[in-house]
Design a protein around this ligand. Structure first.
Ligand SMILES: NC(=O)c1ccc[n+]([C@@H]2O[C@H](COP(=O)([O-])OP(=O)(O)OC[C@H]3O[C@@H](n4cnc5c(N)ncnc54)[C@H](O)[C@@H]3O)[C@@H](O)[C@H]2O)c1
Length: 255
């Protein structure tokens, strides 16, 4: 399907690669004007060149943990495309830590990206949405909000917080006809997952595939399809939800 997001103006964080880049591509395909922010300048520029859609696409290099960077980005986006109607909080990072040796700074570095940035970006997008009485926000959480893996502390805590933020935000802005949902991917073939497997025993990848009901991981485009649905008016009565796209992984008991 295409055209579901025609004339929408969608902001996407962490859009240079992986799931974020797939969301950028999908939103363009569905007719939206798209603006993305990412720390990775070179990958962002490469995506711009690849998609070759100057009139419908904007990239700003910046850090989602910085309120100033988010403000410059949203101002530039508004200047190019007008009022913001959608936001996807996708930027995120893994964290591998031990609860005893982890420092406060390390904790804050993870929570700034994986949780606080979603609120900071929403703070930029919401005034337009409230003024126009419409909008959709999608927060990319993770199945780690439901079940997790040793050594992934505190990624799982931050992603659980993001699901909680989604619920609360849905209540705050619902009266303005703004919807807020979380989308929780399972294993998806990106840099993040590559990094995860490289840290572990090489046999782990096959073990993980073996417990997936469909014996495979997601492609970023499959996650982007779900995001496009949640952004679109086809999901007009879906808010405060946490949609799980994990190929059935969390439906399965051990054994
Ligand atoms: N890949 C998976 O299996 C998986 C599973 C569940 C959830 N997720 C979540 O999906 C989202 C996307 O992950 P991915 O797998 O595509 O990872 P990725 O590392 O390929 O892409 C993440 C993007 O976010 C950007 N980014 C990170 N920190 C940033 C910051 N401070 N400011 C601006 N940009 C920043 C990175 O530069 C990168 O382009 C993340 O929130 C991640 O937690 C991924």
């Amino acid at each position: 399907m295409s055209g579901r997001l025609t004339d929408e103006h969608i902001l996407i964080t962490g859009g240079s690669r992986g799931i974020g880049a797939a969301i950028v591509e999908k939103c363009l395909l569905e007719g939206a004007n798209v603006s993305f922010i990412d720390l990775e300048g070179e990958e962002g520029e490469n995506l711009l060149t690849k998609l070759n859609q100057d009139s419908k696409l904007l990239f700003v290099r910046g850090n989602v943990c910085s309120a100033e960077d988010l403000k410059s980005w949203s101002d530039a986006s508004r200047k190019k495309f007008g009022s913001i109607t959608g936001l996807v909080n996708n930027a995120g990072r893994n964290s591998y830590a031990d609860p005893v040796t982890m420092t406060e700074q390390q904790w804050e570095d993870v929570f700034d990206v994986d949780l606080k940035a979603a609120w900071l970006a929403a703070r930029e997008a919401l005034p337009d949405m409230i003024a126009n009485k419409r909008g959709s926000i999608v927060n990319i959480a993770s199945v780690h909000a439901n079940m997790t893996y040793p050594s992934m502390f505190p990624y799982a805590a931050a992603k659980s917080g993001l699901v909680g933020l989604t619920r609360s935000m849905a209540l705050e802005v619902g009266p303005h006809q703004i919807r807020v949902n979380a989308l929780s991917p399972g294993y998806t073939e990106t840099f993040l997952v590559k990094e995860f497997f490289e840290r572990n025993d090489p046999a782990l990848r096959q073990k993980v595939l073996d417990v997936h009901p469909m014996n495979r991981m997601a492609k970023p485009a499959e996650i982007a399809n779900c995001v496009a649905f949640l952004l679109s008016t086809e999901a007009s009565f879906v808010t405060g939800a946490n949609w799980i796209a994990d190929g059935g992984l969390t439906s399965r008991f051990a054994g």
